[in-house]
Write a protein that binds this ligand. Structure first.
Ligand code: PSU
Ligand code: MN
Length: 313
C-alpha cells in the first residue's frame, strides 16, 4: 500500500493522532476518509506546529497562475516561521490535509471549476468524487478532525449587509461556534456587515480578540469602528486563552502599516461600489461579484494586489 494511503484517516468519533494502524472515520458508504500528507502526519505525531490554510482563496480568489504563486508563497512564510503548512482541499472526493505541489497546482488550474465547499457541501462533493476548494468553515472542520488547532487566512465570511432580511450569514461564523480551531484573519471586509458579524459571533460564543490593536480590523483597513472585548499583544497572551471550551477563537490581525495607504484607497472604492449597487438595485448573490469586479475596476486592479498582500503578511 502506498504511504499516502497508510495515512488515510477515518472520521468517526474522536481524533486519534495519525497512525498507520488507525482507520476510523466519516463512516460513509464511499469510505469518507481524510488523506493527511506524510509531512503533516509526521509533524502532528511529533507535536510540531502545523498551520491549516484554506483553498477557496486559491480557486475562487485569484486567477491562475497568480493564485498558485500566492499559495506557494503563503506556505513558504509558514515554514519560515517554523511551522508546517497544511493546505486543505477535496480532490477526487478525498478530503486532503496538506497538498503536494502537484495537487496545489491542480487546484489552482481548476480555479472556479473546483466547487466552493462550505461545511454543508462536504457530503455532496465527497459522495460525487468531486473537486472542492474549502472555505473557512470546511477547512476548520477538517483541521479539527486531524488535530490541527491553528488556521491562518485573509478575510473570513460574515453577516452580509441586509442579512437581517436575507439571512445570508456565512457558515464560517457557526463553525467558529462549534469547532475548537483558532482562526487568524485580517478581519472582515467592509462589503459585509461588520457590527452584525461581531454580534453573531457573540451569540455563537466565539472569543474574538484583536492583535496589538484595540479596534476590529476591516481587512483593507486597520479600523472598522467596532471594538471587541479582548486584545492580545503576544503569542503568550494568546496561549493563555486557549482553554478547552470546544468553541473556536478568532484573532484579528490588522493590515500592516506599510500597506494601509493602498487599503484606504480600496476602502473608498468599496463605499462607492456599494452606493452604485444600491442605485442599480443589485442584490442577492449578484451583489458580491458586482462589488468585487467594480472595486477592481475603480482601483485599476489594486484590490487584487492588496488581497494578495493581506494574505501574505
Ligand atoms: N472573505 C474574503 N475573502 C475570501 C472569502 C471570504 O474576504 O476569499 C472566502 C473564504 O473562503 C470564506 C468564504 O470562508 O469566502 C465565505 O463564503 P460564504 O460567505 O459563502 O460563506
Ligand atoms: Mn452566504
Amino acid at each position: 500500500a502506498s504511504s499516502a494511503f497508510s495515512r488515510l484517516q477515518n472520521l468517526r468519533g474522536h481524533f486519534h493522532p495519525p497512525d498507520s494502524n488507525n482507520k476510523v472515520g466519516l463512516d460513509g458508504a464511499c469510505g469518507g476518509l481524510i488523506k493527511v500528507s506524510p509531512e503533516v502526519s509526521e509533524a502532528l505525531s511529533c507535536g510540531r506546529a502545523v498551520v491549516a490554510l484554506e483553498s477557496t482563496i486559491i480557486s475562487h480568489g485569484m486567477p491562475y497562475p497568480k493564485n498558485f504563486e500566492t499559495a506557494k508563497e503563503v506556505e513558504v512564510i509558514v515554514r519560515m516561521n517554523g511551522a508546517v503548512p497544511a493546505t486543505i482541499a477535496i480532490l477526487d472526493g478525498i478530503p486532503c490535509v496538506g497538498l503536494s505541489m502537484e495537487e496545489l497546482e491542480r487546484l489552482a488550474i481548476l480555479g472556479t471549476r473546483a466547487q466552493k465547499v462550505a461545511r454543508r457541501d462536504i457530503a455532496h462533493v465527497v459522495a460525487t468524487r468531486g473537486n472542492g476548494a474549502t472555505t473557512v468553515s470546511a477547512t476548520m472542520f477538517f483541521a479539527s478532525k486531524v488535530g490541527i488547532s491553528i488556521f491562518v487566512t485573509g478575510g473570513i465570511g460574515g453577516v452580509h449587509r441586509h442579512g437581517e432580511h436575507t439571512m445570508d450569514i456565512s457558515s464560517d461564523l457557526t463553525e467558529l461556534g462549534r469547532t475548537p480551531v483558532t482562526v487568524f484573519s485580517a478581519g472582515v471586509k467592509s462589503i459585509l456587515d461588520i457590527p452584525r458579524t461581531l454580534e453573531y459571533l457573540e451569540t455563537q460564543g466565539v472569543c474574538v480578540a484583536t492583535y496589538k490593536t484595540d479596534e476590529f480590523p476591516a481587512f483593507f483597513t486597520e479600523t472598522s469602528g467596532c471594538k471587541v472585548p479582548c486584545r492580545v499583544d503576544s503569542p503568550q497572551d494568546y496561549a493563555n486563552m486557549k482553554l478547552k471550551l470546544d468553541t473556536g477563537i478568532l484573532i484579528a490581525v490588522p493590515i500592516p502599516k506599510e500597506h494601509s495607504a493602498s487599503g484606504s484607497i480600496i476602502e473608498s472604492a468599496i463605499q462607492r461600489a456599494l452606493k452604485e449597487a444600491r442605485d442599480k438595485n443589485i442584490t442577492g448573490n449578484a451583489e458580491t461579484p458586482f462589488l468585487l469586479a467594480r472595486v477592481n475596476e475603480l482601483t485599476g486592479g489594486a484590490s487584487l494586489a492588496s488581497s494578495i498582500l493581506s494574505l501574505v503578511f
